[in-house]
Design a protein around this ligand. Sequence first.
Ligand SMILES: Nc1ncnc2c1ncn2[C@@H]1O[C@H](COP(=O)(O)OP(=O)(O)O)[C@@H](O)[C@H]1O
Ligand SMILES: O=P(O)(O)OC[C@H](O)CO
Length: 491
Amino acid sequence: MTILAMDQGTTSSRAVVFSDDLQVQATAQHEFPQHFPRSGWVEHDPGDIWTSSAGTARAAIEKAGAPRIDALGITNQRETVVIWDRSTGQPIHRAIVWQDRRTADICDRLRADGVEDQVTDTTGLLLDPYFSATKIGWLLDRVDGARDRARAGELAFGTIDSFLIWKLTGGQAHVTDATNASRTLLYDIRRNDWSDDMCRLFGVPRELLPEVRDSADDFGTTRPDLFGRAIPILGVAGDQQAATVGQACFRPGMMKSTYGTGCFALLNTGDQAVRSQNRLLTTIAYRLDGKTTYALEGSIFIAGAVVQWLRDGLKLIREARETQALSGQADDSQQVIMVPAFTGLGAPYWAPTARGTIFGLTRNTGPAEFARAALESVGFQTRDLWEAMRADWPQAGDAVLRVDGGMTASEPAMQFLADILGAPVDRPRNPETTAQGAAWLAGYRAGLCPAPEAYAEAWQLDRRFEAAMPDDQRDRRYSAWKRAVQAVLAV
Ligand SMILES: Nc1ncnc2c1ncn2[C@@H]1O[C@H](COP(=O)(O)OP(=O)(O)O)[C@@H](O)[C@H]1O
Ligand SMILES: O=P(O)(O)OC[C@H](O)CO
């Protein structure tokens, strides 16, 4: 028995073939072009998204020896918006990506109208261009005739999962799952349905919206010509939620943090949709067998990207992993702090105009101190989220943090993370946690994979990083970081 997971990310599409005990059989990956038509705008060509996704799926199946695929799971970059014509399947515009800031002024106007509280109460989110609704409104207003056609039911909106399912099923299914719906600003996360109030507020006709299913559910069947036979699509979740599932964070209080380009931390809060008092997001972690599990989420825009900046911007290193040895040579007596607010600061600050700053430079500061400060900035930002989560939900208690993503390969970054949190950090043996989460959802629905408790028992540790920093040093270092952030916010 074999399961295919498609992982459609911001910079690349990946596909992973798993055995039914969720061992990786084969993987394929393909990067696709990013479009930046103006400053702050980010677009993807839906054609690239589709061909890279279908292409990597075929390549992974072939590499695995062309086994019979019994179930397909999909996971995806979230919030990104595609609108297409229901009769031709043609997108009416390029996809507007989650990173795109073009609707910042619309969000400001709505905030000035005093509706943010109502929006947060209903959707768990904030008025920020990050989410889908204002992007949908922008497309309906800017593409000729789009609003009328949307009202007439001629157009369909989807996040990337929904668009891929439409393509995979040959236009047979216009569906999404609850985790993706919960990122649109249009979904009532407590009632578990699209919200008429939010649709009215953001000017989005209900006719555009997909049907919302559980994360392990029937999402349709692939066209037989695509992969040699029709495959049932049985699992769907946004990538950060799929990583939460892949990390087996099924119990309230469990928390995962994924360190790729950015960092996304999710804390399972069980059946409570906790209203954040600290500008975290309340989101759906997964919906299984009709039961919704919620999470508090913190999103950091720059994590591994700070290492990319050392490499591509400053040219201090040739490869990301060189930061390991380099940071080890840093002078302990220097306290360089880097606040990598390259694209503003995300949670819990949400300061889109903040910019990066480096503190504590001396004549002796060099590449080694920069490397250490870059790695430490990721730990400090995670501590900010950790503090906010504890303040919002005291039951979080003494959680362990489960980590995944490319940057978790960095031993010094993970050790500092444990040190600055004052808590253990667990890195799993399987680095493919996002794809694994999608595969488990599909396999669970198909009856191939075990129930959550049994799956959680099979989760395997690669390495636990224990906090080793003395308390007074931790407090001193974190206070210095907080002062640095306040200075950045004050500029
Ligand atoms: N050994 C390492 N040390 C520090 N950073 C690393 C290391 N390996 C990868 N990274 C960082 O991890 C990121 C890639 O992680 P990945 O999970 O593939 O990201 P994404 O899915 O966002 O593309 C890059 O930003 C890279 O700089
Ligand atoms: O594609 P990634 O891994 O950068 O994840 C993007 C997030 O889903 C955005 O919310």
